[in-house]
Design a protein around this ligand. Structure first.
Ligand code: NDP
Length: 445
């Protein structure tokens, strides 16, 4: 890392002790930015990095609620409003027991650059809670969401901060959150949340967008080597929103997705994952992946194993951060891996990324490859602002254009900085320069 940036990075780490994922995300971005600061000394003079690493606002709050047994429960809520240089803070809410300030800050920090890469007018933020939705009844989810919004509502708004979904937060949760916001504020402010239901202000394609976008980005990377998804053997981790839609899109392009996972294990289905069955089990029944095995022939379920033990030519990690380590990366590379498209945020450890880059594997980092979700959220905001709703075909066409644009911008930036094919460098520099220019133009704020 450039010595000037290393000194700033060390100060950031010392000021934010115990936030391992945030440290990892900051380090990863700083490692790309040395050459930019050679060309743009004004970024150092303007303390752009120091400012970017300090969120504009961090909100931590108590979320009290009552479970079905009548027991009082207390969770912790977070919203980290990182950067509004390009537009209102924008980023999802994650409900998962692992959520803490460091995880929300890593996600919010990455979101700044991701949102910049989309070319849309959106800043970066992220939030969530250590609430565990698994095994909770519908009524419990509703009471939790209502309590969460009873505090959050005062910090958000269509021109201020626009949350969406992430792990553990899908259409059902966005519905309960929106209902409570509307009740408290007495305003039908569609643009305050994205990922809404289609009949009440949501956008077609938003549920599919992150998974579809990841596959579109990866297809563009494959094209640079004269390849495509057609005929590829694909492994996807996760079986949530991003994973299911990535599987559907990859198979529609002629790939065979042979395995996917949840936090308990993985299934191998050499004939190709049956997406409709997977949707039925995970989205309709809210069941576990294990149930897939009993309902389809010639499928094996491996309890507790790593899905990265299965060979693939294309890997799409779509579950969570740091799920694919250096050993798994080396094994995949030895066994014929061509490309990795990160549907999740920071799913590959730094060691895994180093293995992929050393082997010149096509590697699409999450902040570029999974930007289709937030880009389509911005399209939802556009539709809300104009009180319009677009067709599936039109919205999908916009998503495709945006993903191809992000791919091309990352590739062109990597070329410009002398490291063709390095999408990590391209994404970090491409996103950063846009935000840095806006920050300097807006003065010291
Ligand atoms: P979902 O909650 O819909 O699905 C998450 C999936 O990942 C589930 O299969 C879950 O398994 C698995 N998973 C979660 N945590 C772990 C863990 N600690 N270990 C192993 N598996 C785990 O979330 P999404 O699909 O929305 O999000 C997946 C990833 O994509 C996240 O990194 C998110 O930040 C990122 N992302 C999501 C976007 C979106 O639009 N939704 C946009 C951009 C990025 P189980 O059910 O067993 O918990």
């Amino acid at each position: 890392m450039d010595a000037r940036l290393e000194a700033i990075r060390d100060t950031v780490l010392a000021r934010n002790p115990g936030e391992g994922e945030f440290h990892q995300a900051v380090t990863e971005v700083f490692e790309s930015l040395g050459p930019v600061h050679d060309r743009h000394p004004e970024f150092l003079e303007g303390a752009v990095l120091e400012r970017l690493c300090e969120p504009e606002r961090q909100i931590i709050f108590r979320v009290p609620w009552v479970d079905d047994a009548g027991t009082f429960q207390i969770n912790r809520g977070f919203r980290v409003e990182f950067s509004s240089a390009l537009g209102p803070f924008k980023g999802g809410l994650r409900f998962h027991p692992s959520v803490n300030l460091g995880i929300v800050k890593f996600l919010g920090f990455e979101q700044i650059f991701k949102n910049a890469l989309t070319g849309m007018p959106i800043g970066g933020g992220k939030g969530g809670s250590d609430f565990d939705p698994r095994g909770r009844s519908d009524a419990e989810i509703m009471r939790f969401c209502q309590s969460f919004m009873t505090e959050l509502y005062r910090h958000i708004g269509e021109y201020t901060d626009v949350p969406a979904g992430d792990i553990g937060v899908g259409g059902r949760e966005i519905g309960y959150l929106f209902g409570q916001y509307k009740r408290i504020t007495n305003r039908y402010e569609s643009g305050v949340l994205t990922g809404k239901g289609i009949s009440w202000g949501g956008s077609l394609v938003r549920p599919e967008a992150t998974g579809y976008g990841t596959v579109i980005f990866t297809e563009e990377m494959l094209k640079t080597r004269g390849q495509s998804f057609d005929g590829q053997r694909v492994v996807v981790s996760g079986s949530g929103n991003v994973a299911i839609n990535a599987i559907a899109k990859a198979q529609s392009l002629g790939a065979t997705v042979v395995a996917c996972s949840d936090s308990s294990g993985y299934v191998v289905d050499e004939a190709g994952i049956d997406v409709e069955l997977l949707r039925q089990i995970k989205e309709v029944e809210r069941g576990r992946l294990k149930d897939y095995e009993a309902r389809r022939s010639a499928v094996s379920y491996v309890e507790g194993g790593s899905v990265w033990d299965i060979d693939a030519t294309v890997a799409l990690p779509c579950a969570t951060q740091n799920e694919l380590d250096g050993d798994a990366a080396a094994r995949l590379v030895r066994n014929g891996l061509l490309a990795v498209g990160e549907g999740a945020n920071m799913p590959s450890t730094p060691e895994a990324v180093a293995v992929f880059q050393e082997a010149r594997i096509l590697f699409g980092p999450g902040k570029a490859a999974n930007a289709g979700g937030v880009a389509t959220s911005a399209l939802e905001m556009q539709q809300n602002a104009s009180r319009d709703s677009w067709t599936f075909a039109h919205t999908e066409e916009r998503l495709t254009e945006i993903m191809i644009g992000i791919h091309d911008r990352c590739a062109a930036t990597a070329d410009e900085y002398g490291d063709p094919g390095n999408y990590v460098l391209g994404a970090n520099i491409g996103g950063f320069v846009k935000v840095a220019d806006a920050m300097l133009a807006q003065g010291l704020i």
